[in-house]
Design a protein around this ligand. Structure first.
Ligand code: SF4
Length: 212
């Protein structure tokens, strides 16, 4: 169990799942860099947070709910939580808004699952599922909070705490995901790409071939 002073931002779980170095740049070095994708994401979040409480077909929709889990050591805010009636109980159903499209990995799902685990701890309920709304494809992906996703989220939360406690930013590991990463200019992953010569890298910078 973590105490109040140990709590870290819930978003770290998603960032760590994407890239350990990115997570360290953000949460150890306090750096932030927007690109087209993150800027679009901010606009979508602002829209999602426009009205705080709404009622729709028997579902109560609340935005900006503070989330906290002492077990995971996380704190943050929801995009949207729908409350669905089940008997005499209201069961929370977290919904996260993303600007892009659904991914083949669990990067977005672990963030949503962390929100669900916070709500479970805060409200003493079990939450079976939630959803991620993707702006680019305008579809809503239902996410089941099964055992393996819960375990993955829990492990990431622990690793996130260890990373922040270590105060050490790992070196970049160049991969496909660097291409769309908003931290590319800060991180300079290509310098560490063993497949690429420094000469070629510098030539690309001069020609500005790689700027999005
Ligand atoms: S550019 Fe690549 S290595 Fe650097 S933070 Fe982004 S994903 Fe990680």
């Amino acid at each position: 169990m973590y105490c109040e002073d140990d709590l870290l931002h819930i978003r770290g779980v998603q960032q760590l799942s994407y890239c350990k170095r990115r997570c360290a740049l953000l949460f150890i070095e306090q750096q932030w860099s927007d690109n087209f994708f993150t800027a679009k994401g901010i606009v979508m979040h602002d829209k999602a947070h426009a009205e705080k409480i709404e009622h729709k077909k028997g579902v109560v929709i609340e935005r900006d709910i503070y989330l906290k889990s002492y077990e995971l050591g996380l704190i943050g805010k929801s995009d949207v939580v729908e409350f669905h009636r089940s008997g005499n109980k209201l069961i929370p159903f977290p919904v996260e808004y993303k600007s892009g499209k659904a991914k083949s990995d669990n990067v977005d799902k672990v963030q949503l699952c962390a929100q669900a685990l916070c709500l479970e701890e805060m409200m003493n309920v079990t939450i079976e599922s939630g959803a991620i709304f993707y702006g680019k494809t305008r579809n809503r992906l239902n996410v089941e909070f099964n055992k393996s996703l819960r375990e993955e989220t829990f492990a990431l939360a622990q690793e996130f705490h260890s990373l922040v406690d270590s105060r050490e930013t790992p070196k970049p590991e160049y991969s496909k995901k660097c291409y769309n990463c908003s931290f590319k200019e800060l991180c300079l992953p290509e310098i560490f790409d063993k497949q690429k010569s420094v000469k070629k890298y510098l030539k690309e910078i001069v020609n500005n071939e790689k700027t999005i």
